[in-house]
Structure formats: C-alpha cells, structure tokens
Design a protein around this ligand. Sequence first.
Ligand SMILES: *Cc1c(COP(=O)(O)O)cnc(C)c1O
Length: 419
Amino acid sequence: MQANEFVPRPKVEGCRQEWGMKMTDRFRRIYAKIDLDAIRKNVENMKAKLVPGTGMMAVIKADGYGHGAAPIAGELEPLPEIWGFGVATAEEAFALREAGIKKPILVLGYTFPHSYERMIREEVRFTVFRNDTLLQLSQIGGELAGKGVFQKAMVHIKVDTGMSRIGVGADGGGLDFVRKALETDGISVEGIFTHMARADEEDKSSAKKQIALFDDFLGRIEKETGHKIPVRHCANSAGIFELPEAGFDLVRAGIALYGLWPSQEMSRETMHLTPALSFYSTIVYVKEIEAGTPVSYGGTFVAPKRMRVATVPVGYGDGYPRSLSGKGFVLVCGKKAPILGRVCMDQFMIDVTEILEAREGEQVTLIGRDGGEQITMELLGDMSGRFNYEFACDLGKRVPRIYIKEGKVCSISDGCQYF
Ligand SMILES: *Cc1c(COP(=O)(O)O)cnc(C)c1O
C-alpha cells in the first residue's frame, strides 16, 4: 500500500519554509536557529537595570547553555558593558581562547591542577576557596618564573553566604583565607564573589540576607587588610532583575542572556526578554491509520478513529525529551500537532488529522513561533517535567546551529565545527 495514496494534499497558501535562506538538505532533518540579535537585546535590557558603571559577565558555561559559547562570546565581546565571560571548566575557557576571545574568562567552579599552567599562561581566572589551590598556584608561578614567564595567577575568591556549594565562610576563617591569598607570591586577587541560592523566588528575604552577609564581609576585609578587592560580584540573572542592591562591580548574567526566565516565580513585568533559540525539523512521512492502530514503542497510544499521522525525524538522541511522550506538541503550518505515543531516540509521531495542509517536507517547529502559536522552552520544560535550563543544555551534538545576525545567517555550526 502506498502511504501517499490516501493523503490529501490540498494546496494551501501560507505553508512555508522559514526565513529566506535556501536551506540545504543538510539542515532539513533538524536545526536550531540562534538569534544573536535577541541575545544582544537581552544584554541591553539587563544593562538598563544596572547602576551605571556596573559591568556584566556573560555566563556561557555548558556551551552557552546549549546555544554555542564561541559565537555568543564573539558577538558580545566588543560591547563595553561586557567585562568578560564565566564558564564552568578550564576546557570551556581554553575553547574560548582558541576561538580568539581576549577578554577575561573566569572558571566559576573548582579546577584541577593539570590545567593550572595553561590557565595562568592564557590569563584564565581561577575561582579559589581551598588553601591547597593557593599553594599549588604559587608553586606553578615559581616554576613559570624559572622559565622566564612572569605571569601571576589571577583569582577570584569564592565566599559561601548560603548556597553551601563552594566557597570560604564569610567569617574569621574566610578572612584568613583572603589574607593568605593577598599575601601569596604569584597570585593576584582580582575579584571576590558569592552566589545566591534563592534570588529567583518571590520571597527575597533569603537572598537579601546573603547580600548583606557578603557586603559586611567585604567591609570587614577592607577594614582589616586595608585592601579593596577590585571586582566584587554577586548577582545572577534573577538578581539583576529584582535585586539592584546586588550589583556591586559586576553582575553575572546567565539564563537571561538567552531570553529564558530563571523561574516561574519571577514577575514577567520586570524585564523584557526575547528567546534566542528556536528549533525546527521537517515532516518526513505522512500516513493514515485505522481506528485501533497502536503508535510507537509500547503501543501507549492507540488511534480512537481513522487518523492522519506524520513522522518527525527527531528524538531524545537530539535532546528532545522522551518525557514529552504522549504529552507534548509541535507546530505545523501554524497549528498545534500533538505528539502521539512515545518519543523514540531519533523519531516521533504527531497527529495531523486536523492539519490537512501538513505534508512531507513541511516545516515542524519544536521551539519557537509559527503563525500565532508559540512554543517556549519554559512550556517544554513544564510539559516534560524538566527545568528549562536543563533542556537548553541537553540539545544534542547532532543538532546543527544556525546563527542569525541582523536578520541574516552569519555562521553555522554542525555541532563540532563552525564554517
Ligand atoms: C551559572 C552561574 C551563574 C548564572 O546564573 P543564571 O541563573 O543562569 O543567571 C552565575 N553565577 C554562577 C556562580 C553560576 O554558576
């Protein structure tokens, strides 16, 4: 039986391939579009919230929350308000240096000693909170000096004010650590920071307590060491929106760069954000099934009537969550098409019974707008029971990224390579 025989194929105006670029077949299966203009606009909107003179660190760990760290850093580096970049690992920092990024890069977590020499040479900033790190950095500094390289390890001291993750206490022990860092040869204390655990909640009392603790500790450092550490920072995205007193010298903007909200509890009135990422595929097969026909693994969905079913060649191998099985929907020709049965590793099925214009080759929007409908990452997070941050980070290596600047394609990454 030829599937296409009974698929109605009315010609409908308005069904379209998106945005002018002639897409090669290479990107028909799947691609993510990342709008660098949206990211710049989000930076501008956040900047408007800051006390003038406050810098911004763009947090682009986990490959820019799945959006691609290098092209985003390249886009943001020239902006005067961008102090530099925050990443999670030394490898992420090196990749940015390899991509030609010159501004400061801070590794926000602990780094292991095998990276120290290269970090010092490439001026990647360390987050420090352990005594042994100070000692190791000083030793490596000595060794480098022996080789004629007189570079200091630039460090930011991490203070724990309520997250209980990493950091020295905002107390006498913490002060001893700061003193030691200031006195150790080969180390230059550029910054000091803390991180808020609950800035994204409606009730800001816990966040405010952390800010006050940090502020007091900074005062104590100045008083007792006579030294003012130049780059003091505290705020994450949620802090930027709703806690102006957390600005200090620098804020650390992560999730909001990408136009995503830190949590459901945050008021949508405080900030205008434009989501940067949209995510597309193409229908590769359309067929009709009879009532009683099961769909996908486990037969969890059984057609209650004769239905038109389309197959989308995307699955959890691309980072599209399996937990959307039987719950999520995508957009086809500006309409919602529900997911039928389980999402497989590389494919899933959708109901297009009511979308007669949907046919093979038609665009499928997994995240983004199509006509009057929109699927946001927050909505996908809700439907799949996952956190929106997690969804962005998990977008797979198999997904090519297409970068848009001033409305035009400016670069493309196939997951491993930019070209
Ligand atoms: C990830 C991270 C941020 C960014 O947080 P968002 O909520 O994404 O803005 C800021 N600071 C530190 C230490 C982080 O680890």
